[in-house]
Design a protein around this ligand. Structure first.
Ligand SMILES: Cc1cc2nc3c(=O)[nH]c(=O)nc-3n(C[C@H](O)[C@H](O)[C@H](O)COP(=O)(O)OP(=O)(O)OC[C@H]3O[C@@H](n4cnc5c(N)ncnc54)[C@H](O)[C@@H]3O)c2cc1C
Length: 490
């Protein structure tokens, strides 16, 4: 691809990549610090990504010392010693204030305890009803009403442009054309990569672009073998999240033979997510049985599931584990900085906070806490010195990787990649399958190098999905023993 075909956009002071909770909060904070902000988002700002489809549940450390200690113990136990304690401690100590601060946007947040077989947790905050949309819509409205941030939607950022260790801007695809967005500072908040797997709870825009951009820019990723597979998701007749609390009110899982296969586990359907995901994965079929469920509770707390059960009386509610959350990513720093000066990262695109597994209800608090920090820090720096020659050389190098008319091969099938990732690198893994998967991904990479980059977005996404799949596979191969969400069958 030629630099003369590229559109050169106006320079931003702070350029945010991603319109989820982390990106929107970063944009609001950078605006508050007096910066001109632009958000590039593949989906609609406030209408895309995991933040939108989340249940909007925050399980956070309250200020009371006893409860904070209890949360610290749970949070650190879930990470299995793989967490970066500097950032973990920030979440533990600042979680309560972070959740409280979200009220500023007028969220219908309510606080309460959650009952489990091992006792009651007194620290849960959620929107009522539990819909991420209530969170993201309010932040979008705030951005539109109170800031002059430019929202560039349906734009896919695909490469970070840097020279001499400093960020210069971002290359993106817009309407099939390449646009260069120069910037003084960039906040990367592009979310996770659920779509590298055949089954995922993520929205279709999450193809791991942030991780792949970081890798191509020479950044290292941590913990990519740790992918959380979510056991609480109905896939048929409609897709919906199951609020785990229903299992304290009579709901159970059954297999195709009608057996309650979690009966023998100490916490039953409320086992740790990875234990439960594996138990589900081993069944032929799994259904959510609401026969003994407290219907008044269901109507009140999970109206969408009550609706579904009523509407599809003759159809069982089928459940399967799905790729849900990436614990790995760009190493999260307390100030959200990265090894590239002027580049900041926050939200699910970062790794290290959760370690080998994530405690439920902690990701949105993370996105809010570190989104704010990233926005402030990005606003605090001044413009870097720009060497026009070096900038042009870097742009030419990155565009050459995309290729042009000389490439005539066909695009490989994205579905084949997703199925292979599911078969060999999902809930249960073994070394032999991982090695075969790695060889397949190398072949896929070679095919992409020969393929015509048409349609451009499809080619760019598949390149990223292949790069992220390789990063997951290589990290998994380097860890031959099970830990947290990474489970090796011996
Ligand atoms: C079904 C579901 C339920 C969940 N429920 C909860 C919950 O109740 N509590 C909790 O704590 N966590 C929950 N999580 C996890 C949590 O929602 C996410 O980890 C969190 O929202 C991530 O926020 P984010 O801003 O980093 O990314 P996202 O919200 O995923 O946003 C990413 C943004 O980046 C954009 N983007 C992606 N690639 C590009 C690109 N190349 N160029 C430009 N833009 C790009 C996307 O369009 C999107 O706007 C849930 C997740 C799912 C999938």
């Amino acid at each position: 691809m030629d630099i003369t075909q590229m559109v050169w956009a106006e320079k931003s002071e702070v350029l945010v990549i991603g319109g989820g909770l982390a990106g929107m909060y970063a944009a609001i904070e950078a605006h508050r610090a007096g910066r001109k902000v632009r958000i590039l988002s593949k989906g609609k700002v406030g209408g895309s990504g995991s933040s939108l489809v989340s249940m909007s549940v925050h399980r956070f450390a309250p200020k009371e010392p006893g409860l904070q200690e209890d949360y610290r113990r749970r949070f650190l136990a879930s990470g299995e010693g793989e967490q970066d304690l500097r950032v973990a401690e920030m979440l533990i100590q600042q979680g309560a204030d972070t959740v409280e601060a979200l009220r500023e946007f007028g969220l219908p947040l309510e606080y309460r305890g959650i009952e489990t077989p091992s006792g009651t947790y007194h620290y849960l905050a959620c929107c009522k009803p539990k819909r991420g949309r209530l969170l993201t819509r309010e932040l979008r409205d705030y951005l539109l009403a109170n800031t002059d941030a430019v929202l560039d939607e349906d734009v896919m950022a695909f490469d970070l442009v840097k020279a001499s260790g400093s960020i210069l801007g971002v290359l993106a695809e817009r309407d099939g054309r390449v646009v260069y967005y120069p910037a003084d500072a960039v906040v990367l908040a592009a979310g996770g990569a659920g779509n590298i797997y055949r089954y995922t709870s993520n929205t279709t825009d999450l193809t791991g672009d942030g991780y792949a951009m970081a890798l191509r820019a020479g950044l290292r990723l941590v913990g990519m073998e740790f992918v959380q597979f979510y056991p609480y998701r109905i896939c048929t007749p409609r897709r919906a999240d199951i609020f785990p609390d229903v299992f304290s009110h009579g709901a159970v899982f059954r297999n195709e033979k009608g057996e309650r296969f979690m009966e023998s586990y100490p916490m039953k359907e409320l086992e740790n997510r990875d234990v439960l995901a594996r138990a589900l994965y081993r069944q032929k079929r799994v259904y959510l049985d609401l026969t003994a469920c407290d219907w008044a509770y269901l109507e009140r707390e999970c109206p969408n599931i009550a609706d579904m059960a009523r509407k599809f009386l003759d159809q069982p509610l089928e459940v399967r584990p799905m790729a849900h959350f990436f614990m790995g990513g760009i190493p999260l720093e307390p100030d959200c900085s990265t090894a590239i000066k002027g580049l900041f990262a926050c939200g699910e695109v970062t790794g290290g906070l959760h370690g080998a597994n994530r405690l439920s209800g902690s990701a949105l608090t993370e996105a809010a806490l570190f989104g704010r920090i990233a926005g402030r820090e990005a606003a605090a720096g001044g413009p870097c010195l720009r060497d026009a020659g070096a900038e042009r050389a870097e742009l030419e190098k990155l565009l050459a990787l995309v290729g042009g008319v000389d490439r005539t091969g066909e695009l490989p099938e994205r579905q084949t990649l997703r199925e292979n990732m599911w078969a060999a690198a999902s809930v249960e893994r073994n070394m032999e399958d991982l090695r075969r998967l790695h060889a397949f991904l190398e072949e896929m990479e070679a095919q992409l190098d020969r393929a015509a980059p048409q349609p451009l977005r499809q080619w760019l996404e598949l390149r990223n999905m292949t790069a992220v799949s390789k990063a997951v596979t290589e990290a998994a191969l380097q860890r031959p023993e099970s830990l947290g969400a990474h489970y090796i069958v011996q």
